[in-house]
Each structure stands twice: as structure tokens, then as C-alpha cells.
Design a protein around this ligand. Structure first.
Ligand code: PGA
Length: 275
């Protein structure tokens, strides 16, 4: 199977792994790297597959330093769109860039669920961050009640309509060749629950999203934007989820915390062609 947009395998460590555990993770990862199947290692080296880990803020520098010598890049889990100012507890693009961090998640469902993030605030963050040169992985997804109520399509379309603008899709490519603006579809009912979407459910939602991006932002923007799947992705289900032709990677919480498990996710990328 051909993955013309490449693949992004992203880890989201959430509120886990301080600097010490981060250094240990990368020590183990470097030891295990040699065991990656040649095809996966080659795709990572060539940049067809991009590996990224979103760490807690206090671990960003340790992660960036420990990841040196690997193709893995490090991102933040949240950042503010303003350049500076009275925003206690927040991080700006400039603060992150000063410590060598050029990417961040925006609008993760846990930010929406527990910290008052809305489509509008996520949009403002993404707009500001992209304008300051950051890469943004923007998260969307429906809750269990919304899915069971037949609202999945309407919710995803609302999150796109209210959270995204044409300018985001014109942000161009980042340092690793992937667009600076990427999407992650994470059904809330599948996050941390062990209930992953089936490959068919994931592909169906990704198709819905891409179709709506096409309608709103044109065929080129729709077809070049990577859409990652997230929600209980594990080494034993990652390959079937990635088989979806509109699935361009995975955003992984729990299964990204251990080096062996993260390496097993990367290994799954060896079965695709990337021309
Ligand atoms: P999970 O988390 O893989 O632990 O379900 C995914 C996420 O929230 O990004």
C-alpha cells in the first residue's frame, strides 16, 4: 500500500515522564533502535515517516537533548497564540522556540473537556502559533454521547468550521517536509479507554473530515493535509488502523510511554511504500 502523504507517528505523554524518565526513555529507545525492521528504519531516515513526541513542558529540553542522534522531534502539548503577556501558566511560540521546540498540539480533547478549551479558543491558539512559525497538530473528535446520538458528522464539521481557517492550510511545510498544520481525529470515547475505533470507523471518520476540508478549503488543501488517528492505538492494532487510505499516522497516548512500545508503533510503518 502506498502512503503518498507519508506517516506521522506521534506520542502524547500527557502528564507523565519528567526529565529523568524522559532521559531513560531515550536511552532505551536508542538501544532498541537497531531492532527496527530495515524498511521502517529507512522510511524514518528518509523522512517519509516522521516520529514526534509531545512531552510535558518541564521535559521538553531533556527530550530534545536526549533525542539528538535520532530522527525524533519534540513538541509541546499546548501553547498560547499571543506573543507574550499576562497569561499565567501558558507558553508562547517564542518561549518554546527559545528552547528549540517548533511544534505543539492544540485543542486536545482533554484541554476541551477539563480546561475550557472551545473551538474558538483552539482556533485563536492555532492562528497565533502558525503566524509565529510553529507547527500545529489540531485535535478534533466526538464524544460517546455524540456518536451514539448520530452526531459524529455534524460535530466534526462544526469543529472544522469553527476551529479552522483557510490561512491555516496555507501555512506551508515545516522543517520535516510535512505541512505545518496537521489534524488528529481522536474520538473522545476511544481515548485512554482501551476502546479503539475499528479501522472501518476510523477510515469512515477520516473520509468525512477530508471531504469537509475539500468543501471548505479546496481539493489541494484537503488532499495534502495529514489526518492522524488517535484513541487507544497500540502496537497490536496500529497496522490495521494505518491501513485506512485516509489515515496518515497515529497520535498515541498510553502506548507511547515505553520505548519498546513506541518502537513497535514505528516498526509498523515498514510495510508501506511512500512514493
Ligand atoms: P490514548 O491517548 O492512546 O492513551 O488513548 C490518545 C491521546 O489522547 O492522544
Amino acid at each position: 500500500m502506498n502512503k503518498t502523504r507519508g506517516l506521522i507517528i506521534a506520542g502524547n505523554w500527557k502528564m507523565n515522564h519528567g526529565p529523568r524518565a524522559t532521559a531513560d526513555f531515550f536511552t532505551q529507545l536508542k538501544t532498541g533502535w537497531a531492532k527496527l525492521p530495515a524498511a521502517a528504519a529507512q522510511a524514518l531516515q528518509a523522512g517519509s515517516v516522521h516520529a514526534r513526541i509531545f512531552t510535558p513542558a518541564v521535559s521538553l529540553t531533556a527530550a530534545r537533548e536526549s533525542a539528538a542522534g535520532t530522527p525524533i522531534t519534540i513538541g509541546a502539548q499546548n501553547a498560547h497564540g499571543e506573543k507574550d503577556g499576562a497569561f499565567t501558566g501558558e507558553l508562547s511560540a517564542g518561549l518554546l522556540q527559545e528552547v528549540g521546540i517548533g511544534s505543539t498540539l492544540v485543542g486536545h480533547s482533554e484541554r476541551r473537556q477539563f480546561f475550557g478549551e472551545t473551538d474558538a479558543t483552539a482556533r485563536a491558539r492555532a492562528e497565533g502559533l502558525l503566524a509565529q512559525g510553529m507547527e500545529v497538530m489540531f485535535c478534533i473528535g466526538e464524544t460517546r454521547v455524540e456518536r451514539e446520538g448520530g452526531q459524529t458528522k455534524a460535530v466534526l464539521e462544526r469543529q472544522i468550521d469553527q476551529g479552522m481557517t483557510a490561512a491555516m492550510f496555507s501555512a506551508g511545510a515545516g522543517a520535516h517536509g510535512f505541512p505545518r498544520f496537521t489534524l488528529a481525529y481522536e474520538p473522545v470515547w476511544a481515548i485512554g479507554t482501551g476502546l479503539n475505533a475499528t479501522p472501518e470507523q476510523a477510515e469512515e471518520a477520516h473520509q468525512m473530515i477530508r471531504k469537509h476540508l475539500w468543501t471548505r478549503f479546496g481539493v489541494e488543501n484537503a488532499s495534502r493535509t495529514p489526518i492522524l488517528y488517535g484513541g487507544s492505538v497500540k502496537p497490536d492494532n496500529v497496522a490495521s488502523l494505518l491501513d485506512g487510505s485516509n489515515v496518515d499516522g497515529a497520535l498515541v497516548g498510553g502506548a507511547s510511554l515505553k520505548a519498546d512500545s513506541y518502537l513497535a508503533l514505528l516498526a509498523a510503518c515498514g510495510k508501506y511504500a511512500y512514493a
